[in-house]
Ligand binder design. Structure first.
Ligand code: VAH
Length: 316
């Protein structure tokens, strides 16, 4: 019986991945944890406990007590926030991963998932159809921590035969949690402001094209990766994964098709420079070849669902 520990269950990915894992492995077998309180549905559908991934002693007791077999480490400081507190963000993003890797080696955790990001790419990376293997010279604290994390994951795989799997997520769009300080989070904020006020002031330029993905695709891709036979996996740093690429103008035009009165203005801030250092589209052929990955949501379908769900959420 798999016993799964999710660290960061209150976050954008964790709040949805925890529920999806409970559907697959049984509610009582997926232990949701976070440093802060979790959404009601996480606490209602299975075990939840406050847990700080930086507290390695409490972490090891938890893992041994509940006989954990898999760990999903989703806690991290995202790009925008990381630039405000560089050394604290580096410490949190790296020490949390190293705590888990060493714990897994010590107690023999079968499988680990850790999210990387397209933030590992930088200004020297080809921007269109960015390959799996290419220049990775990130110039953000977040990107540097994700690149270093990928190197540690591959090191523990090669040296200790740890089965750790990772995805370079593009910008993720979801309605369950509000934006969490990322550069791509304009694509989440815009829906809340469109529903609440009918207008949005965007912190990126209208033509800032970035690789994005609707959360249901990201959750399915993560579970597909984790359920793939280890012998089929050829990437032990982190898999490129691609969904949709668009810019704020294209997204706002799609919103206007449903909400004609919606207005967008642009006031680029420090995150514009971060966005300019990232790719515009991603080549995910390794994921397609290794486990048959294919995204399902396009910009039109995602926009329709986001507006509907955010409208419902604003009413409750
Ligand atoms: C961020 N949402 O903006 C994250 C993501 C590709 C970006 O990793 O920081």
């Amino acid at each position: 019986m798999e016993k799964i520990l999710v660290i960061g269950s209150a976050g954008q990915i964790g709040s949805e991945l925890t529920l999806a894992l409970r559907n697959v492995y049984g509610e009582g077998n997926v232990y949701a944890t976070d440093i802060r309180d979790a959404p009601k549905d996480i606490k209602k559908t299975g075990p939840f406990q406050l847990l700080d991934v930086m507290d390695d002693k409490r972490l090891i007791h938890f893992v041994i007590r509940y006989k954990i077999t898999q760990i999903y480490l989703l806690a991290a400081v995202l790009s925008g926030n990381a630039e405000r507190l560089p050394l604290q963000a580096w410490d949190i993003n790296m020490r949390s991963l190293l705590n888990i890797l060493d714990l897994a080696r010590e107690v023999g955790i079968k499988k680990i998932f850790w999210p990387s990001s397209i933030a590992v790419f930088g200004l020297t990376t080809p921007k269109i159809n960015t390959p799996q293997l290419t220049y990775t010279e990130p110039n953000t604290v977040y990107g540097i921590s994700k690149l270093a994390g990928e190197r540690w994951c591959e090191y523990y795989h090669n040296k200790f035969n740890l089965d750790i799997r990772s995805i370079r997520y593009p910008g993720l769009i979801s309605y369950k949690t509000e934006a969490g300080g990322g550069t791509t989070d304009y694509a989440v904020e815009i829906f809340y402001d469109a529903v609440r006020n009918g207008k949005y002031e965007c912190f990126l330029k209208p033509d800032a094209t970035l690789p994005m993905m609707f959360m249901p695709d990201a959750i399915r891709g993560t579970i597909e990766l984790m359920e793939t036979d280890a012998l089929k996996l050829t990437v032990h740093s982190s898999y490129n994964l691609s969904g949709i690429s668009f810019n704020p103008k294209e997204l706002s035009d799609e919103i206007k098709k449903i909400k004609p009165g919606f207005e967008i203005t642009y006031k680029p801030d420090f995150r514009q420079k971060i966005a300019e250092s990232w790719p515009q589209s991603i080549d995910d052929s390794s994921a397609r070849n290794d486990w048959g990955w294919k995204h399902e949501y396009d910009l039109k379908k995602m926009t329709k669902i986001m507006l509907k769900e955010v409208t419902v959420k604003q009413r409750t």
